[in-house]
Design a protein around this ligand. Structure first.
Ligand code: HEM
Length: 287
């Protein structure tokens, strides 16, 4: 499911280089399809069937927002080339007809786009938004059941550079989010495996140091944030791309080396240990 190019290199673009790295986004640019579509969609079909308990989580409160989200995705895809949408079915660009009824809206959404979807809600008595439902086929080393129900600070607890200042800025962004002004940001990581589905508990991740490898992939997550107009819930999408580092342009390889070198030691440890960090830089330099 590798791409032969890297569509996003957030570590090279000014506004996305530093946290929270948010920019405005046009609604027309919300959902993306790339060359890995057919393979990723086949994998999503399989995961939702065989690992439903890992990739799907719901609370009773998410039913309304999830239904609203399903309608919005349906409407968006009906206007997107190569998708055929009827009342009960959508035929995807890979020719697979997926049902639009008969299951939880989030489970149906799993098979409609390459994006994963998380829904967040701020209860009246809380200072923060919490995760109240999700379809998450491609987690990058986190476990949905562990993060489920937690507020944003709790979700990001293991992330060294997600400090109180960032958390406050993110919460202000969430509170000010308007349905007509969605936002976009991106994460980037260097992985030693092209596996898209990597659920991992916080405990396992904290203990784990990546075995040195000579194969590396740039893993990017294009993430969007928007407020649903009717329910007011916040939707967070994650679109994952994997590109072998050999397929990056020379500029991107140099940019990635610079970005890795600029990463603090706590983030190096968080990303899989110092030996992994140095091995990735060496592999990029050797290209
Ligand atoms: C403006 C909004 C956000 C910012 C600035 C942000 C920032 C970050 C950063 C910097 C990381 C570490 C990535 C890495 O280098 O590996 C991260 C990880 C993560 N983010 Fe976010 N994030 C945001 C929104 C969200 C939302 C809405 C969710 C909801 C599900 C979320 C869930 C996670 C999870 C589960 C991780 C992995 C944490 C772990 O290692 O246990 N993020 N985020």
């Amino acid at each position: 499911m590798d791409l032969t190019y890297a569509p996003f290199t957030p570590f090279m673009i000014g506004p996305t280089k530093t946290l929270p790295g948010i920019s405005p986004m046009e609604m027309a640019d919300w959902l993306h399809r790339d060359e890995a579509y057919a393979e990723q969609m086949a994998y999503r079909d399989k995961l939702v069937k065989t690992h439903r308990d890992v990739v799907f989580a719901e609370t009773p409160e998410v039913a309304g927002p999830a239904g609203e989200l399903l309608n919005l995705v349906k409407t968006t895809l009906a206007e997107t080339p190569d998708h055929e949408v009827t009342k009960d079915t959508m035929t995807r660009p890979d020719g697979v007809a997926v049902p639009l009824v008969g299951d939880h809206p989030l489970a149906l959404l799993a098979r409609m786009t390459q994006e994963d979807f998380c829904i967040l809600w701020r209860p009246e008595d809380s200072d923060e938004h919490s995760l109240i439902g999700a379809i998450l086929c491609f987690p990058s080393r986190w476990l949905l059941s562990e993060k489920f129900g937690r507020p944003m600070i709790g979700i990001h607890e293991p992330v060294p550079n997600y400090d109180d200042g960032i958390a406050k800025r993110v919460q202000r962004l969430f509170d000010a989010l308007r349905p007509d002004q969605p936002l976009v940001r991106a994460n980037w990581l260097v992985h030693t495996s092209p596996e898209l589905h990597q659920p991992l508990t916080e405990e396992a991740k904290a203990k784990w140091e990546k075995a040195p490898s000579d194969k590396f992939w740039l893993r990017t997550e294009r993430q969007s944030l928007m407020r649903l107009p009717h329910s007011g819930a916040v939707v967070f999408t994650i679109k994952t791309c994997l590109t072998p580092i050999e397929a990056l342009t020379r500029d991107q390889q140099t940019g990635l080396i610079d970005a890795l070198r600029g990463t603090g030691e706590d983030m190096q440890v968080y990303h899989g240990g110092l030996s992994h960090h140095h091995a990735a830089i060496e592999a990029l330099r050797a290209l």
